[in-house]
Design a protein around this ligand. Structure first.
Ligand SMILES: CC(C)(COP(=O)(O)OP(=O)(O)OC[C@H]1O[C@@H](n2cnc3c(N)ncnc32)[C@H](O)[C@@H]1OP(=O)(O)O)[C@@H](O)C(=O)NCCC(=O)NCCS
Length: 308
């Protein structure tokens, strides 16, 4: 497809495999529905108990309506509210924090929080687009956030940030509502704004600073030391970024979840997929102190700290 090779991709990103959707079969909504049913079963509830959907994606099936309503339809749920979150690779961290507010205020009891993406359809698979095309993958992950009477468990805190100065460093411009509409033949000649663009070096530099910074901040703010952390589930941006965070925080491999080698960077889906795998592998035990941290386009970044 493009001028690249396995050695380059492995060295720069750590990625060995990715999943790409099957057109005509997979949709963001139906992938999300499968992940949601796994989460609902693990949570030991019926799907009818879900009273709010928070859906993080930058690749909705339609420009509008959002993916939350499509998931509500796909799961055959009642007329519960459905909210879409568009915060790119930080989407799941933002979504979890929104869900947490509704749980803490007692408005909802069981919130379905999803991160799902089909990115392969927009990637430029020519050599020109290789900087992005080798990194991003498709996938879906979900959690159920339940209200619990046990005050010691659940989300302890969330820290969310943005810096729009860097909006154009990782961007997909079209379809943008304020942009002049181009004629069909002009579009056919120049598709550049319809393909995602990333300034890889710039993203890398900021990511390696923000990830450790926000992780340390949320720990310190809540009275914890680095050594109190049982598990860090970072957004799977790039293996080099994850390794750098691990080094900066002085965490052993056993305390950091990494599965980018099998899925690539799945944007809002990467944290819930990594969490789901860690859970299935028995790495998560009741009472553990767990941190989710992410950085991405916007730039946006943030973290959630929770007691499992
Ligand atoms: C994208 C990224 C892997 C590129 O790595 P890099 O070391 O910055 O690479 P550069 O773009 O400087 O390119 C280095 C060389 O590799 C080449 N190259 C770039 N992409 C390539 C590819 N897919 N395959 C083969 N060669 C490639 C370049 O042409 C360049 O060659 P040259 O030295 O002969 O000019 C890296 O910048 C990165 O990981 N950035 C962060 C990306 C990220 O995590 N994004 C998600 C955030 S949520």
């Amino acid at each position: 497809m493009m001028d690249t090779n396995d050695a380059w991709i492995t060295e720069r990103t750590g990625i060995k495999e990715r999943r790409w959707f099957t057109p005509g079969v997979d949709t963001v909504a139906n992938m999300a529905a499968k992940a949601s049913m796994m989460a609902i079963q693990n949570a030991g509830i019926e799907k009818e108990h879900i009273d709010f959907i928070v859906f993080a994606t930058i690749t909705p099936d339609y420009y509008f309506p959002g993916s939350g309503v499509l998931l509500q339809r796909e799961l055959g749920l009642g007329n519960i509210p459905a909210l879409d979150i568009r915060n790119q690779c930080t989407g799941f961290v933002y979504a979890l924090s929104v869900a947490d507010q509704f749980i803490k205020t007692g408005i909802y009891q069981n919130v379905l929080v999803i991160g799902a993406e089909i990115q392969s359809s927009a990637l430029d698979k020519s050599s020109e687009g290789r900087g992005m095309a080798v990194i991003f993958g498709d996938g879906a992950g979900a959690v159920v956030l339940k209200r619990s009477e046990n005050a010691g468990r659940g989300i302890i805190d969330s820290k969310l940030y943005s810096d729009g100065k860097f909006a154009e460093e990782l961007i997909l411009k079209d379809p943008g509502s304020s942009r002049p509409k181009r004629k069909f033949d002009e579009l056919a000649l120049d598709m550049s704004d319809s393909k995602p663009y990333m300034n890889g070096n710039q993203v890398f530099k900021h990511a390696v600073q923000r990830f450790p910074e926000v992780t340390l901040e949320i720990l310190e703010k809540n009275g914890f030391e680095k050594s109190d952390l049982d598990l860090l589930v970072p957004h799977q941006a790039n293996l080099r970024i994850t390794n750098y965070i691990k080094e900066q925080l002085g965490l052993p491999d056993s305390k950091v979840v990494s599965n980018i080698e099998r899925y690539g960077n799945t944007t809002a889906a990467s944290i819930p997929i990594a969490l789901s795998e860690a859970f299935q592998e028995g790495r998560i035990k009741e009472g553990m102190l767990i941190c989710f941290a992410a950085f991405g386009s916007g730039f946006t970044w943030g973290a959630n700290l929770m007691r499992w």
